[in-house]
Design a protein around this ligand. Structure first.
Ligand code: GLN
Length: 549
């Protein structure tokens, strides 16, 4: 019977790291030579997180096939080799959308359409079709047990065990075991309550993973065992660690993967964890340190830049260096004169301007870009960052005063970045068009697109090849009407869409490292396979940091 399913639920509070736990378990199973698939079910009503604020929901992660998904999918791809797609993330909104479309089509003609069985059947079909023919499929249920929204998902996974047989299904429940200082004790009550909640809807967890700041002593495990109807050997600590890449090793030390294969009755040898050990060693004991300034709007919320932050860490691993991130609020830069700006950015070895939407802080980002260009500080612009590099160059190097992106100034005389009117779908099968009135959900240029690189460029040197494929998520693009004017002034177009004329990468010469890309390279970086642009950017920033001693 293939695959076997592991359902991961969470209790007590959100943000316990269910996504990381699932990813780390996926990594451990792969280290045992099993093939895995991984999927997330989210209980909110948005059809996808593409229309949600990153303030609320964190980063929107984009897959190769152009799905806008939950940021946990980023962890899944960074930790495992699972191939993710539109089938890897379902929300309540998407499930209802499908069921209502069927109802209108008449598929249920004569019947009353209900949560059970119609919604739960749809959920189960999505689970079955979600991960392909792998040995083990991990399915994470978003939200916290007890939420009204998660009930249909929990009911569906309860039924699932009977559909495919108990020997093929495992339920893992992640909870919090807090240490209460005043009592000097670890408290199991929240875990007891959350498991009670789960059992009241018919799900008995097979494994309880307890997030805690310290290892759980045996008597605590026994207590949880007693109250939650589970053997003490199936209670594990998920201890806080310094780096997320330690999680697989830490869970392995606890014996989690041994227990999982035992319960699923799969025979494997011991896992090979040497590459994970190497990664952790490099993160903990680097040779040097480099400071990268990220100039952005959501600066207080690192969740909005999850993949980006990780990709920078990966670039550090490749260069044997610790990457210190400094978040620079672009709105603050707007009020500064040149001297203040230089003082503010003085300790920064490399500047990164990430993607973003909306016009808050735009002029501050442009100031940071002007500074990096003129002071020869390594500069990496991603998506919006690249677009603003083009605006800055147009204004200050090509004599196009008041140049802007039409997104921020529809009246600009020089819309060097403008609304993209026509492009090809990620798989090249469809031409897509849009105008100012196109609805906002799921209508951006999304997913992986091929790009051709110019030899003798920062990009070509980084990738070591002329043909690449990278993921996109944007509505605006470089306006080719200004291409000649800008290139005549020294801007270089070093990457273009393989068969359309879309500009994907810009650079300038006579600079230690200055590169802007329309795509999001951070989505495909992994600790074991750091993305070449991040490797080169960190390398250049390190060299810049060492320039005067
Ligand atoms: N707001 C810009 C656009 O839609 C940039 C998007 C991004 O950075 N992801 O084109």
């Amino acid at each position: 019977m293939k695959p076997k399913f592991i359902f991961v639920t969470g209790g007590v509070i959100s943000s316990l790291g269910k996504g990381l736990a699932a990813s780390a378990l996926g990594a451990l199973l792969e280290a045992r030579n099993l093939t895995i698939g991984i999927q997330k079910l989210d209980p909110y009503l948005n059809v996808d997180p593409g229309t949600m604020s990153p303030f609320q929901h964190g980063e929107v992660f984009v897959t190769d096939d152009g799905a806008e998904t939950d940021l946990d999918l980023g962890h899944y791809e960074r930790f495992t080799n699972a191939v993710l797609s539109k089938k890897s993330n379902y929300t309540t909104g998407k499930i209802y959308d499908a069921v209502l479309a069927k109802e209108r089509r008449g598929d249920y003609l004569g019947g009353t359409v209900q949560v059970i069985p119609h919604i739960t059947d749809e959920i189960k079909a999505c689970i079955r079709g979600g991960t392909g023919n792998v040995d083990v499929a991990l399915v994470e249920i978003g939200g916290t047990v007890g939420d009204i929204e998660s009930q249909p998902f929990l009911e569906a996974i309860r039924q699932f065990r009977y559909d495919i047989g108990p020997e093929n299904v495992l339920y893992i429940h992640l909870t919090l075991v807090p240490y209460i200082k005043t009592a000097g004790e670890l408290k199991t009550k929240p875990t007891q309550h959350s498991v009670k909640e789960l059992r009241s809807i018919g799900i008995q967890p097979d494994i309880i993973l307890c997030r805690s700041d310290r290892p759980l002593p045996l008597e605590i495990k026994k207590k949880i065992s007693l109250f939650c109807n589970i053997p003490p050997e199936a209670v594990f600590t998920a201890q806080d660690v310094d780096s997320i890449y330690e999680v697989p090793l830490s869970l392995h030390r606890e014996g989690l993967d041994d227990k999982v294969v035992e319960l699923l009755n799969i025979w494997t040898g011991a896992p090979r964890l040497d590459t994970w050990q190497q990664i952790v060693r490099k993160i903990k004991d680097p040779e040097s340190e480099v400071t990268i300034g990220i100039v952005g709007k959501y600066t207080a919320l690192t969740e909005s830049y999850k993949s980006l932050n990780e990709a920078l860490v990966h670039g550090g691993i490749a260069n044997n260096t610790r990457v210190k991130l400094e978040y620079i609020d672009s709105e603050q830069l707007e009020k500064m004169d040149e001297e203040q700006l230089a003082a503010h950015l003085a300790g920064i070895d490399g500047i990164l301007v990430p993607g973003g939407f909306g016009n808050r802080g735009i002029e501050g980002k442009i100031k940071a870009i002007a500074y990096a260009r003129s002071q020869r500080v390594p500069l990496f612009g991603i998506c919006l960052g690249m677009q603003l590099m083009v605006v800055e160059f147009a204004r200050h190097c090509a004599g196009l005063e008041r140049a802007n992106s039409a997104e921020f100034d529809p009246e600009t005389p020089y819309p060097v970045i403008y609304l993209m009117k026509e492009w090809t779908s990620h798989d090249g099968t469809r031409t897509i068009t849009q105008d100012e009135n196109t609805p906002k959900g799921g209508t951006m240029r999304l997913g992986a697109h091929p790009c051709r690189l110019q030899p003798d460029s920062f990009a070509y040197r980084a990738y070591g090849t002329g043909e690449i494929s990278e993921r996109h998520r944007h509505r605006y693009e470089f306006n080719n009407q200004f291409r000649d004017r800008l290139t005549a002034s020294g801007l270089q177009v070093t990457g273009t869409h393989a068969d359309r004329q879309l500009v994907e990468i810009v650079e300038i010469k006579d600079h230690p490292w200055y590169l802007g890309c329309q795509f999001h390279p951070e989505f495909t970086s992994k600790p074991m396979k750091p993305h070449p642009l991040f490797v080169e950017f960190i390398k250049a920033s390190l060299a810049h940091g060492r320039r005067d001693g």
